[in-house]
Design a protein around this ligand. Structure first.
Ligand code: LLP
Length: 430
């Protein structure tokens, strides 16, 4: 199987950044998320380089929803990343990680008054999802005697090649304002005393393996940018969103890169900006393509059995990685202590959760497996831990970060005490 260069096989063991996954699993126990910081930085820099070579003003914002770990965000902050945050929690994390408020965009399709107050207090730009939200923010900013810079999230009504649950810019999608209603929305924003519309934002979907849809979205954005500029909106940024996919099927999926993205999108964008006579900042918000392949989830085989088919029962289930159960997503799996053994058996790798759907990897060609083997689930750095839960009252596992050849905890594992720490007995039980 093709592997990204931070994953290698030595002495039959899978290694990440040169560190033996089996040693890591023994030291930190399983299940265990292990992330290569170097890989994340490399992916981030590939966006900066590819876009920066073709357009003078570029800001790469990490989509914090993909991986909300503070240490990981700090590594990105130190390289100059901004962040797309989708909740007050993500906003706090991004600020704590050291990302400057001016590099943050507060997105969200259903923000609370408290979210909007926090955005105003911290001085971050807000991407508005409705006219209702515009007027709420105007009132909140007025009460705080501040003027808030905003964009609207534009719904471009584009069909994109991805799972329907993660296509976000369909005509019927819950996100954003229909593109044909966008000029009217900005007119209304211009009339608000405490609002300064300075950007436009869109996001068409996630896990998109072709670059052409992003160029189509850019076409819509530059068309609207022209209309808005003529209307008197002074555009400071245009945010084209995230969405570039990664090859989860290592040997067969296309492998679009930041370079492919930039080569297809920037010409459309630049021509559009030239036609408007403006040079706003170009913002992008990648999540998955920055962090997904940086991470392996190491899980121990508790038992194997031969029933209707052969099962390998492991200690990580959809409590730690919900993507297969939620989107039928495919993740490559490698038996990390038999990484170069012949694939002469077939197993369905199942988690420990009491649900029929708790299947990590169905019907995979793998070596003969025994209890105690360690299975690495690949490409789990995006929407892995971030979407985990404590279902079946299972404490979440730790996360380890690797920098060069150093490994360190970036989140300790939860304990049973953590499960009950926030529970209370109501007065009649005390
Ligand atoms: N910006 C906005 C406004 C978004 O809604 C998203 C993702 C991103 C950026 C980042 O997109 P990315 O570069 O990661 O594709 N949980 C799903 C993915 C949901 C994506 C939602 N929005 C999964 O595991 O596949």
């Amino acid at each position: 199987m093709k592997l990204p260069h931070h994953l290698t096989i030595k002495n039959s063991h899978l290694h990440i950044n040169g560190l033996d996954c089996i040693t890591l699993a023994e030291k930190y126990k399983t299940p265990l998320y292990v992330t290569s910081e170097d890989r994340v930085v490399e992916q981030f820099e590939s966006y900066q380089k590819a876009l920066g070579a073709r357009y003078p003003k570029v800001q790469v914002l990490f989509a914090a929803k993909a991986n909300g770990n503070l240490a990981l965000m700090r590594a990105l902050a130190q390289k100059g990343a901004g962040a797309d945050v989708f909740s007050s929690g993500e906003l706090h994390l991004a600020l704590q990680a050291g990302i400057a408020p001016e590099k943050l965009l507060f997105n969200g399709s259903s923000k609370t008054p408290a979210d909007l107050e926090l955005a105003v207090e911290k001085g971050v730009k807000v991407s508005l999802d409705s006219l209702d939200e515009l007027h709420q923010l105007d009132a909140i900013a007025g009460a705080a005697k501040k003027k808030v810079k905003v964009s609207f999230r534009l719904n471009p009504a584009l069909e994109v090649p991805t799972h329907p649950k993660i296509a976000t810019g369909l005509k019927t999608s819950k996100f954003g304002i229909p593109h044909e209603e966008i000029p009217a929305a900005y007119r209304e924003a211009l009339a608000c005393k405490n609002i300064q519309p300075v950007g436009i934002h869109c996001h068409i979907g996630s896990q998109i393996l072709e670059v052409e849809p992003f160029a189509r979205a850019a076409e819509v954005m530059v068309r609207i940018a022209k209309e808005l500029t003529e209307m008197g909106v002074k555009l400071e940024f245009i945010d084209l969103g995230g969405g570039l996919g990664i090859p989860y099927h290592h040997d067969t999926d296309p492998t679009p890169t930041a370079e492919d993205y930039a080569a297809n999108v920037i010409p459309v964008f630049k021509a559009g900006m030239d036609a408007c006579g403006i040079t706003p900042e170009l913002w992008v918000e990648p999540g998955r393509s920055l962090v997904a392949d940086s991470t392996v989830l190491l899980t121990r085989v508790n038992s194997t059995k031969k029933a209707h088919k052969r099962f390998a029962n492991v200690d990580a289930g959809f409590n730690l990685l919900i993507r297969p159960a939620m989107y039928d997503s495919y993740h490559e799996v490698i038996v990390a202590n038999k990484a170069d053994a012949p694939l002469n058996a077939e197993y369905t790798v199942t988690g420990p959760i009491c649900e029929t759907g708790d299947i990590i990897a169905p019907d995979r060609k793998l070596p003969e497996i025994a209890a105690g083997d360690i299975i690495a689930i690949l490409d789990t750095g995006a929407y892995g831990y971030a979407m985990s839960s404590q279902y079946n009252s299972r404490p979440r596992c730790p996360e380890v970060l690797i920098h060069g050849s150093q490994a360190g905890l970036m989140r300790r594992g939860e304990t049973v005490a953590d499960l009950t720490a926030i529970m209370e007995h109501p007065p009649w039980q005390k």
